[in-house]
Ligand binder design. Sequence first.
Ligand SMILES: [Zn+2]
Length: 224
Amino acid sequence: MSQLNLVLLGPPGAGKGTQAHRLREDFALPYYSTGDILREAIASETELGKQAKEIVERGDLVPDDLISAVIEERLDSGEADDGFLLDGFPRTIGQAEMLESALDKRGRALTAALLIDAPDDEVVRRLSGRRTCVKNGHVYHVEFDPPKREGVCDQDGSRLVQRDDDKPETILNRLEVYHEQTEPLIKWYEERGLLRRFDGTRTPDEVNSHIRATLATLALEAEI
Ligand SMILES: [Zn+2]
C-alpha cells in the first residue's frame, strides 16, 4: 500500500479533532498532535524529552527544531511507515520547510495537506455557544446540544458557564493569529499542489466521506 503522509490544517472549531479521530480509525494511521507527542516525549524521558522538559518548565515556547526532532523520532520508530496524521505542526512556512526536508531525507514526501475550513462567523457561533459544567466539565452547546434546563448540567445538576476560551473576544483573537500564520502556509501548500480543501460547515459524516474519497484517489494516483 502507498503511504499516506498527511497534515491537517484548519481554524479552531472547524471539526479538525473529530475528523482526525475518524481518519485514525479509517486508515489506522498514527496521529501526532504536537502537544501530545511533546508530552509523551517528556513523560518517557527521551533525550529530546529532557530538553523539552527544561524549556517547558522555564515557561518558554518549544523551538521549531526541537518539535521537528520529536516528530522525526516518531517517523523513525517504524510505527509511521505507512503514513501519519500530523496536527498542530506545521503552523508556519518555516515549519513546513522543516517537515519537507525531514521527509525528503527519508525518501518520503507529504501526500496532502487537508484543510478543514469554516468561515470566522461559523467558528464563533460554534465555539461561543459552548457551555461547560463547573463540577465535572461536561460540555453542552446552547444551539446544537442544549441541556434540558437552561444553565444546568443534565448529569450532575451543577451550573453551566462559558469558559474564557469560548468567549467571543478570545475566539476572535485566536482566529486572528490563525489567519496571520496559517494563510501563507495554505498558499504555500496550494502552490505545491498538495492542498485539499474540505467544507467544515458540512456534517462530520459528509466531511469524512469527502476526505476518504480524496485519499482513495490520492492512493490510486500514487500507485500509477
Ligand atoms: Zn456536569
